[in-house]
Design a protein around this ligand. Structure first.
Ligand code: FAD
Length: 472
């Protein structure tokens, strides 16, 4: 299909300029006069930023409201204070599709193939109970298991290569099985550990639908891209500038109230400068649509409330680990050798990467739990694992150093999902039916999967065409 970001540069430049001029004429009284835009996007993470850049590229004015002090959502870029080199410990890589390539080209962000944390680095697998080194975590033929998995996905037409949850009715029973049962049924358990490691959390218990949406045909059959500076925040800083900076991107902004009608939307937004009114013809909601997060400010209609109440989630924590003295070129993953799939029980560390910066120890460290825990508890559990791996490998910290957790981030709510029963009862048919109602459009991982590139395709192919058509 024609890319969103081809042949639209002129209209983008014009709309960006106009928006900036509107801002320049605003009198500096508090936050200035009411902001009027064609579209207001709530949430400047992966989906919201892509949507805003796409809306502007099609010549419409747009404002983004983001609660944090930067765009980017789950992107977490660490800058080494000594060398100024960067490495990522949140979002790292992107499927190498034309959607991703065109987006990066439009922003002017240089990209290259993903080559791992440490070129030619290695990974050790450790028994999570005693630290003993193990061969690859699973018995069986991983490649054969993946082939079975790919063949099975292809039974469902383009469901796992096209964006969105557009499910057949009735939903095939295999897709409703907990993935652990599906693996046993198809004798494919050998691939479970790989998916658990990359996907985080309770992979075996999730309905197979969610695994296949994330580990889709596209994920399995395309290469992976990474920004050449190995710091993905550059994507979002560049997008911020392209969108007109502070004129159109409202950072550190808390929505107090949204009122919607078929004629448009009005928002009251608490910003560092005061409370500002924002009016737009259309609203795009690009935050994770949990009822508990929307209800305080959104005039939820009964069907929206009923659907968003059904989402469950998991919690993922990430940080940078320094000061262990472990070899820079070696990463560590914990394994339960008593289970066929090799997956240790949660809560547990998913992995400690090789160092992401040459010559300096800066490892990404992932950890996942179903429970809501405090940052202090997460930090202490992460450090416990760091000491465990140090001890198991008989390695000491360099003189004057000790294992240290830096930049701890909670990525929650993560991986929004509903029960198999809800999927079977038509949850996604109803969810998709919300698109465009009450002047509101939706994008983000809840509408696709936890993959930035797939969310961009969903936004490009499903959400934006409907939004643009509604704007006339
Ligand atoms: C540790 C980790 C590693 C990952 N690695 C990868 C990877 O390598 N490749 C990949 O493709 N995907 C990766 N993902 C998944 C990817 O990050 C997500 O799928 C993607 O970011 C989801 O995009 P989104 O727009 O739905 O939500 P988010 O990116 O989470 O964006 C939501 C935004 O809304 C903001 N927000 C929330 N509430 C409000 C509010 N009330 N008002 C205003 N703003 C609000 C948030 O601050 C956030 O910026 C990773 C995720 C994690 C946690």
């Amino acid at each position: 299909m024609q890319s969103l970001f081809r042949s639209t540069l002129l209209t983008w430049a014009t709309s960006s300029l106009l928006a900036t001029q509107v801002h320049a004429h605003a009198r500096p009284r508090g936050c200035g006069p009411t902001l009027e835009r064609d579209v207001v996007v709530v949430g400047g993470g992966s989906g919201g930023t892509y949507a805003a850049v796409g809306i502007a590229a099609q010549g419409k004015s747009v404002a983004v409201i983001e609660i944090e002090n930067r765009l980017g959502g789950n992107v977490a870029t660490y800058t080494d204070p000594g060398t100024n080199q960067t490495t990522d410990y949140g979002v790292i890589l992107y499927s190498n599709t034309s959607t991703a390539r065109n987006y990066f080209a439009h922003l002017g962000v240089p990209i290259g193939p993903y080559e791992g944390y440490f070129p030619n680095g290695s990974t050790k697998y450790l028994d999570y109970t005693n630290g003993n080194e193990l061969p690859y975590p699973v018995v069986g033929n991983v490649t054969a298991a993946q082939e079975i998995y790919l063949q099975q996905m292809q039974r469902y037409g383009d469901l796992f290569s096209a964006p969105g949850y557009f499910l057949p009715d009735p939903v095939p029973e295999d897709l409703l099985l907990p993935w652990g049962e599906w693996l046993e049924k198809y004798n494919a358990t050998a691939m479970a550990y790989q998916v658990f490691y990359e996907q985080a959390g309770n992979a075996l218990e999730l309905p197979t639908l969610y695994i296949m949406k994330y580990f889709s045909v596209v994920t399995f059959t395309t290469g992976r891209l990474y920004t050449v500076n190995r710091g993905n925040q550059i994507i979002y800083n560049t997008a911020y500038d392209k969108l007109g900076g502070a004129a159109n991107v409202l950072l550190e902004s808390h929505i107090q109230r949204v009122t919607r009608s078929e004629q448009g939307v009005e928002l009251a937004v608490k910003r560092p400068c005061g409370v500002q009114t924002v009016r737009a013809k259309k609203l795009v909601i690009a935050i994770r649509p949990r009822h508990a997060d929307l209800a305080p400010w959104l005039d939820l209609r009964p069907d929206e409330a009923r659907l968003t109440r059904q989402f469950a989630h998991i919690n993922t924590w990430t940080c940078i680990l320094n000061g262990t003295g472990l070899p820079l070129d070696t990463g560590y993953q914990l394994v339960d050798p008593t289970r066929e799939a090799g997956i240790p029980p949660l809560p547990e560390t998913l992995g400690i990467s090789q160092s992401g910066i040459a010559d300096v120890e800066a490892r990404a460290f992932w950890w996942s739990t179903a429970a809501d825990i405090t940052p202090a508890k997460a930090a202490s559990l992460l450090l416990r694992t760091a000491y465990f791996v140090q001890g198991a490998q008989n390695v000491s910290s360099p003189a004057g150093q000790r294992p240290t957790v830096n930049g701890l981030l909670a990525h929650a709510p993560y991986l929004l999902h509903v029960s198999s029963d809800a999927v079977a009862a038509g949850f996604y048919r109803e969810l998709n039916g919300l698109q465009g109602r009450h002047s509101t459009f939706w994008t983000g991982s809840a509408w696709e999967s936890e993959s930035s590139e797939a969310i961009w395709r969903f936004t490009e192919q499903i959400m934006l065409p409907a939004l643009m058509a509604s704007l006339g």
